[in-house]
Design a protein around this ligand. Structure first.
Ligand code: DSN
Length: 422
């Protein structure tokens, strides 16, 4: 961030401005592989930092508890229409502050405390808010959890059906945070129908792939689609709930006044811009390139002897199981960070280690694809990962520094959207 780009911030609070400037450099120079992160466009950044910030607007367009909503109503209505068009749904609520509040609103709409709810176990690739014990969703509700098969790393739909029919949960969540494979929404829909459950697809990770046609859409199969807006969808940090008309009132009531107060209008504006960008033909190319890059990277990692959960990927995400490498996930992730490659350590299914010191590393290709890297670069990325993990095993800091220099060089040739630096 340069002073000329944000003169008021530099003048008013140079200390804070220096932190933001340092983050811009970090995001420009590193290879960011966290699959839930991305780079927003300059347009999304601008929309997210406007005077819309100054308005309170509890309620919905045309039905507010505050006056002066002439422009705010248009912003929110535009975001809603764009979400409906892009995802092919009857109704969209663009007000949830982020993914966890969005999912909480779904509980509020359809369940009562103590009801049974079902989702994928967090260590198997699910999300905290899908009924996992340490989350309110697993303590205020009775969470029952499914996982993946030990031999394939894939969801066992027969086991999901057996559990659903035995437990008859009020809600079934499909989707998660560490699922490298395509979600069979039709199979989940069949199970939910049999069990009499409301089916929620949490597509936070893959929303951009769905919008770009690189992953099947849940729209025709599920009761509610929950998504964040800042991952593959490449919008600001926010969320949306989408559903058929029959559930519209329940969802809207649950978000406001059930759970939230005034919506973050500046975020709604950023979401509207991101949805507009995601409706362009170039976003279809982007979504398919994300998947092509992930597949190429998975193949290159397998060639270099890495063990991948489920044997590869269908989407943007790869879960590396390091149990055979003698370097646990956290040590590998920290070494990769020193090499300029930003990942997160992650549990793998049936992980013998603890969540804060697990066996896996989770990576993905949304950010590098936003910078224009293509399949031809993936062998190099896999090399860097392999060399970093080796260096971590040997405690070779010089090797990590050498990789970091190579990473910085390559990233300089691929400017990041929204950043003034290359
Ligand atoms: N924290 C998000 C992720 O990284 O996948 C999910 O909430």
């Amino acid at each position: 961030m340069s002073a000329s780009r944000h003169p008021a911030l530099f003048a008013t609070d140079p200390e804070l401005a220096s932190f933001v400037a340092a983050e811009e450099v970090l995001q420009a120079q590193t290879l960011r592989l966290i699959p839930s992160e991305n780079y927003v466009s300059a347009a999304v950044l601008e929309a997210s930092g406007t005077v819309l910030q100054n308005k309170y607007s509890e309620g919905y367009p045309g039905r507010r508890y505050y006056e002066g909503q002439q422009n705010i109503d248009r912003v929110e209505a535009l975001a809603v229409e764009r979400a409906k068009g892009l995802f092919g749904v009857d109704h969209a609520n663009v007000q949830p502050y982020s993914g966890s509040p969005a999912n909480l609103a779904v509980y509020l709409a359809f369940a009562k405390p103590g009801d049974t709810v079902m989702g994928m176990a967090l260590p198997m690739g699910g999300h905290l808010t899908h009924g996992w014990g340490v989350s309110a969703t697993g303590s205020w509700f009775r969470g029952v959890q499914y996982g993946v098969r030990a031999d394939t790393g894939l969801i066992d739909y027969d086991a999901v059906r057996d559990l659903a029919l035995a437990e008859r949960p009020k809600l079934i969540f499909c989707g998660g945070t560490a699922l490298p494979r395509t979600i069979d929404f039709a199979a989940f829909a069949e199970i939910a129908r049999e069990a009499g459950s409301i089916l929620v697809a949490d597509v936070a990770h893959i929303a951009g792939l769905i919008a770009g046609g690189a992953h099947p859409s849940p729209a025709d199969h599920v009761d509610v689609v929950s998504t964040t807006t800042h991952k593959t969808l490449r919008g600001p940090r926010g969320a949306m709930l989408m559903c058929r008309e029959e559930h519209a009132k329940a969802i809207d009531k649950a978000v406001f006044p059930g759970l939230q107060g005034g919506p973050h209008n500046q975020t709604t504006a950023g979401i509207a811009v991101a949805l507009h960008e995601a409706a362009q033909p170039s976003f279809v190319s982007y979504a398919h390139a994300v998947v092509a890059n992930a597949r190429a990277l998975a193949a290159a990692l397998l060639q270099r002897g890495f063990d991948l959960v489920s044997g590869g990927t269908d989407n943007h995400l790869i879960l590396i199981d390091l149990t055979g490498k003698d370097v646990p996930g956290k040590i590998a992730a920290k070494a990769l960070d020193r090499a300029g490659i930003v990942v997160n350590y992650n549990t793998v299914p049936f992980d013998p280690r603890k969540p804060f010191d697990p066996s896996g590393v989770r990576i993905g290709t949304p950010s590098l694809t936003s910078r224009g890297l293509s399949t031809e670069h993936m062998p190099l990325v896999a090399d860097w990962i392999a060399r970093s993990v080796d260096a971590a095993a040997k405690g070779d800091e010089q090797a990590l520094a050498a990789i970091r220099a190579e990473v910085t060089d390559l990233m300089a040739a691929f400017p990041a959207p929204g950043l003034p630096l290359s």
